[in-house]
Design a protein around this ligand. Sequence first.
Ligand code: AMP
Ligand code: MG
Length: 417
Amino acid sequence: MIKASIITIGDELLIGQTIDTNSAWMAQELNKAGIWVQRRVAVGDVWDDIWQTLDAEAAQSHIVLITGGLGPTADDITKPLLCKYFNGNMIVHPETLERVKHIFEVLLKRPLLERNLKQAEVPDTCQVITNHKGTAPGMWFEKAGVVFVSMPGVPFEMKEMMSREVMPLLQGHFKPAPIFHRTLLTAGAGESFIAERLVDFEAQLPAHIKLAYLPHFGLVRLRLTATGAAATEAEVQSKFGQLQQLVNDIMVVNEDISLHQAVANLLLAANATLAIAESCTGGYISHQITSLAGSSNFFIGSVVSYANDVKNNLLDVQQATLAQHGAVSEATVREMAAGVREKMNTQYAVATSGIMGPGGGSEDKPVGTVWIAIASATRTTAQRFHFRFDRQRNIELTTMQALNMLRLFVLEDSAHA
Ligand code: AMP
Ligand code: MG
């Protein structure tokens, strides 16, 4: 098993000002490639701490990945330290110099400072790795059979460098045993409920195939992973077929995509359009939809109808409905969905209204009470939920449930078409 350590460098990580998202993302990439991450360490911009951490991790791992501390400011010491650690001398790397100049002169149209030119310097003991998204280059070192790769801390620069340059280089260098993943997405059932159902399935899996449960906001992803010499794609595929049968009723999609992507695919396949009326989710569902490339092919628009006046004026929710049942009610979401669908002339509409907390609850409508409606020209469904979390999680869960209700609604239509 090829083993890796991840070292993230920066004082801001230690004080919690920046959340270390880099190592989680890198660990996922390594894992997918069949490389085992055995340790993740965060250290400050402190010479001795970084040095000792390099020693300690190199003694344990075949691969040591490092991010952070490559900026042009005085607090960033990773590059001079690596230069010393690998007994090198700083030299100008001509291609990086050209790229840094290009970025400043052509793209940013800002004068190039001496400290920016420093970004083009690298230790002569490294192989330079291109940074396609920024100025600080990556560096690949080898020492006593261990590979060290230093990358920038800026997440989008690091990700591009990992995907385009570092992962292919690592795979070529270490040739990790192939690893096969198959992932499906479920909605509406808890982790332990699913685990109960899969007891027998898990028990008969061979040792080289593992089942992982990856829960997130009411959704659970199930991932089968086969590793090692005995692993074959055909066997994983066959086990994945069995797994799909066992969770058929709660499965959203048999691939590793988001719920909103799955819903988008469904709407596109049905050649249908969508409008949304959002009260308690404040535009979050629309945000999820519009974060998908190509959403303009089915998403027409939304109304964030937070105040009752907006529900009434823009969506034609009756004053009497609001007065009699309240904004958080079945009658209101039904009228919201019907109203926005008619205004925007779409096949489908979604509406949400709820009390997200922490204030605003009452005895018969406690915090976390949410109504969701889905409408087409011929029918409307509505459902009540009661979420028991904080505001942000309640919004996330409402979004998930709304998208899942829409998915089931469209599927039912497709089945009868
Ligand atoms: P640096 O390379 O240390 O100059 O970091 C550049 C930027 O990337 C800073 O805004 C950091 O907060 C951010 N950053 C550094 N390390 C990480 C990390 N492990 N996870 C997420 N962001 C990071
Ligand atoms: Mg830093």
